[in-house]
Design a binder for this molecule. Structure first.
Ligand code: SF4
Length: 245
């Protein structure tokens, strides 16, 4: 995407340091910058407070400097991985923040569904592309997805991360992985008990998620799909549906 962009970043929350709970950076200490607003509405979204426009009043339009000040305050000025998430963080102007952080030794990872390409993707350290499977109720625009890959110019470490709830999602994950054989693929069992939008914590069915995890491991092993990595959401195992951890 090119042309004039807004300079303020719409922020839902900035928190940490904590650990990255998912995918390729699992377990790594990080500060999260969660942006407000998303062009998708996945049926099982676990971050609706950063998606639904009725929470707009809770989001803050922050300058790059303000975001940066908060990140460095939380990290105690010691460089670490900054995780840009959302909502869809790709719809926010992050280019300047990434440049500023790199100058001080920070690294940046962004996770997006791959619906909006930005030229600053090439400046990221890690790009997690997470196309949404059929259970989300969304349809993947593969042309937009390909544009995200082109925008990254092959510079960041780029991986696929796909949430799997059922057989249809699993088939989707297999075909997405076949489409991009050069990308490492991470599979994650879905949380069928995501928190309601206005809850800071909510009951969660860990046993059900673990049953899905076991099914997914069996499925991958059965298929001899040895390139796939299967991981649960670590933060969900530790803190359940609690927000801001
Ligand atoms: S793309 Fe992500 S943030 Fe947006 S609705 Fe789907 S799960 Fe939620």
């Amino acid at each position: 995407m090119t042309g004039a962009q807004p300079t303020e970043i719409r922020v839902s929350e900035i928190f940490g340091p904590t650990i990255q709970g998912e995918g390729v950076l699992i377990g790594l200490p990080t500060v999260f910058v969660r942006t407000g607003g998303c062009d998708y509405r996945c049926s099982w979204c676990d971050s609706l407070h950063a998606v639904e426009s009725r929470f707009r009043d809770e989001w803050r339009a922050m300058s790059t400097e303000e975001v940066w000040r908060e990140v460095t305050r939380l990290s105690g000025g010691k460089p670490l991985m900054v995780s840009l998430s959302g909502g869809n963080p790709a719809i926010q102007p992050f280019g300047e923040l990434i440049g500023c952080g790199h100058g001080q030794g920070y690294r940046f990872a962004l996770e997006t569904q791959g619906s909006v390409a930005r030229d600053w993707f090439a400046d990221l350290d890690v790009l997690v592309l997470s196309p949404k499977p059929p259970s989300s109720g969304m349809e993947t625009d593969w042309e937009a997805f390909d544009a995200c890959l082109r925008a990254s110019e092959g510079k960041p470490q780029t991986v696929l991360k796909i949430v799997v709830f059922d057989e249809a999602d699993y088939d989707y994950a297999r075909s997405a992985a076949a489409r991009y054989p050069h990308l490492p693929v991470y599979l994650q069992p879905g949380n069928h008990t995501p928190p309601p939008a206005d809850a800071h914590d909510a009951p969660i069915d860990i046993d059900g998620i673990m049953a899905r995890m076991r099914w997914l491991v069996d499925r991958v092993a059965e298929d001899r799909w040895f390139e796939a990595r299967v991981l649960p959401q670590l933060h969900v195992l530790i803190w359940g549906n609690r927000r801001g951890v």
